[in-house]
Unconditional design. Structure first.
Length: 105
């Protein structure tokens, strides 16, 4: 699994437009397509002896209208990147499906 504290925008940008599979247990699987990866502001300036901080960013994914996922942490699997845990929040319904957002600070 990708370590969330090391995940960056550059790790996810190549997978825009590709599916992430979500395991729903006995209810099967659900594919969510990564729509966007957007940064917020500049990366924090390093200082001190701790690990470097990454630039905060968000991702937006789209899935089918049903089932609508509740706000929660889910394990997403990508064919090339492998598994990733993300706290998904439903943000909008549109004619193409349900949109979800996760923010990484």
């Amino acid at each position: 699994m990708i370590e969330l504290d090391r995940l960056t925008i550059d790790d996810l940008r190549p997978s825009v437009g590709t599916p992430y599979r979500l395991d729903l247990g006995e209810h099967g699987t659900l594919d969510l397509t990564l729509l966007t990866v957007e940064g917020y502001g500049d990366p924090p300036v390093g200082g001190g002896s701790g690990p470097a901080r990454r630039q905060p960013f968000s991702i937006e994914l789209r899935g089918p209208l049903e089932p609508q996922l509740a706000q929660a942490t889910y394990r997403l699997d990508h064919a090339e990147l492998g598994p990733l845990a993300a706290f998904l929040v439903p943000i909008a319904r549109d004619p193409e499906g349900m949109r979800y957002q996760a923010i990484f600070a």
